[in-house]
Design a protein around this ligand. Structure first.
Ligand code: PLP
Length: 446
């Protein structure tokens, strides 16, 4: 059994989610206690692990003078953001809402990069007025809009152009962003065509270029290729008279969900040094997933163990609305029982599913687990990134709560947003179903 136990918990960082007395904990707090006091499903994050992940990456990149801007969309909880702000991180945001979230959590305007292909006038204006560090502009159309807005407000926007280096990130099609046929960025070859216009824009201070070629990148090759092309672009722009001071290398560093090997921080630092280290620019990266993924789990309770003859189903109280990655990207999350007792438990192949009326509401197929009972708790590992931020209330389910653990303490950092809360957001117009407004109903009544 001990080998099974080691196997089951192998994706859980031991400091963050230790097994104590046969029971899985989040740092010093028993997960069963959190389930009893907060309910389930619930996301549980380890503050210690968040500090470790940020500290390790920021430390590795410090010799390159490279700043880490956390991609807020991976996990935008105020407590997570506040923790990272406290450690000196910056942020990469992709909406006005994320800019507001970052500022509310304690980031300063000079910590904020604003990316995204569809920034609206209202979003651009807000970010201009706040005075953010950098706009990563993704099209000439956006550049013109930003220039106009900035001039109108007597401001100058600090801009990096997000370029598309046409590199395959060698990752899932839904999360690759750096190829020519993606909607992101400006083709590197089309850059010279807009340079003359760029020189005339009084509302724009053009300081650098940015790129982000995709997510869950596990090998050095796409990074090397991308960073080389960016270095070439910087040299070209300088030759043509632009004072390029900044280079934003994007994020996308992959994590181990199953049997993948992460690229380690030292390798990332080395690649950066070798490809762009001699440019004399201020460097930044925009990682999301790598900083938060393994610091979080989604805990859920087994509602039924359904014996369907050929198939054995674990039906959970968590569903695709709480964690959509398996349904959306067919992604793997290790599933670990919270109580790891019974050394003689036999292994069963389960399909692990949620209660939502869609076949895609499946977390795992044919997953080998110790025989489970209804009422038992499990966690889905490596769920700290793109988990809670992608959650919804589909099927009138509660918006899943989030808990942050730090040593022996824990706090609910997002409360459960239940059906009463949801109904309270909605209203039925007074005129609905009245005789005058509903000729159909009137005719039927006559
Ligand atoms: C999503 C995104 C990131 C972060 O991606 P990760 O894979 O989580 O590191 C960084 N920059 C931009 C522009 C993004 O859209």
């Amino acid at each position: 059994m001990s080998s099974t136990l080691a196997e089951l918990t192998r994706r859980l960082p031991a400091d963050a989610f230790p097994v104590i007395g046969g029971e899985l904990h989040a740092e010093g707090v028993a997960l069963s206690r959190i389930a009893a006091e907060v309910g389930s499903p619930v996301y549980v994050y380890s503050a210690t692990r968040l500090r470790q992940r940020y500290g390790a990456l920021a430390g590795a990149l410090a010799p390159q003078g490279c700043r880490v801007h956390f991609a807020v969309k991976a996990n935008s909880n105020q407590a997570v953001l506040a923790l990272l702000a406290g450690m000196g991180a910056g942020v990469d945001t992709v909406s006005g809402g994320e800019v507001a979230r970052a500022l509310a959590a304690g980031f300063k305007p000079e910590d904020v990069i604003f990316s995204g292909v569809g920034k609206t006038e209202a979003e651009l204006a807000m970010a201009l007025d706040v005075g953010i560090h950098q706009f990563n502009v993704e099209s000439v159309e956006e550049l013109r809009a930003l220039d106009g807005l900035a001039r109108g407000r007597g401001r100058v926007a600090t801009v990096a152009l997000r370029v598309n280096p046409n590199v395959d990130a060698e990752t899932h099609a839904k999360i690759t962003t750096g190829k020519k046929d993606n909607k992101f960025g400006i083709d590197l070859e089309r850059l010279p065509a807009l340079e003359n216009e760029l020189r005339t824009m009084a509302g724009i201070r053009f300081v650098g270029i940015a790129s982000h070629v995709g997510s869950q990148i596990l090998s050095e090759a796409p990074l090397v290729k991308t960073y080389r092309r960016l270095a070439e672009a910087v040299r070209g722009l300088r030759d043509r008279g632009f004072a390029i001071e900044r280079l934003d290398l994007g994020g996308g560093f992959g994590v181990a969900y199953e049997n993948e090997l992460e690229i380690d921080n030292a390798a990332i630092a080395r690649v950066i040094g070798e490809t762009v280290g001699d440019l004399g620019v201020k460097l930044a990266v925009e990682p999301g997933r790598t900083l938060v993924a393994d610091a979080g789990v989604l805990m859920s309770r087994i509602v039924y163990v359904k014996d369907a003859g050929e198939m054995q189903f674990l039906i959970l109280d968590a569903a695709m609305n709480d964690l959509v990655r398996p349904a959306m990207y067919e992604s793997h999350h290790d599933i670990v029982p919270v109580r790891l007792l019974r050394p003689d438990a036999r292994l069963v192949e389960y399909d692990v599913v949620g209660p939502i009326c869609e076949s895609s509401d499946t977390f795992a197929k044919r997953r080998k687990l110790p025989e489970m009972q209804p009422g038992e708790l499990i966690v889905m590992a490596t769920a700290g990134a793109y988990g809670a931020t992608m959650s919804s209330t589909y099927n009138a389910r509660a918006l899943v709560p989030e808990v942050l653990v730090d040593g022996d303490r824990y706090a609910v950092v997002r409360r459960r947003f239940g059906v009463e809360d949801q109904i309270a957001l909605e209203s039925v117009p007074e005129w609905l179903n009245t005789a005058t407004a509903s000729p159909g109903a009137k005719a039927a009544a006559e």
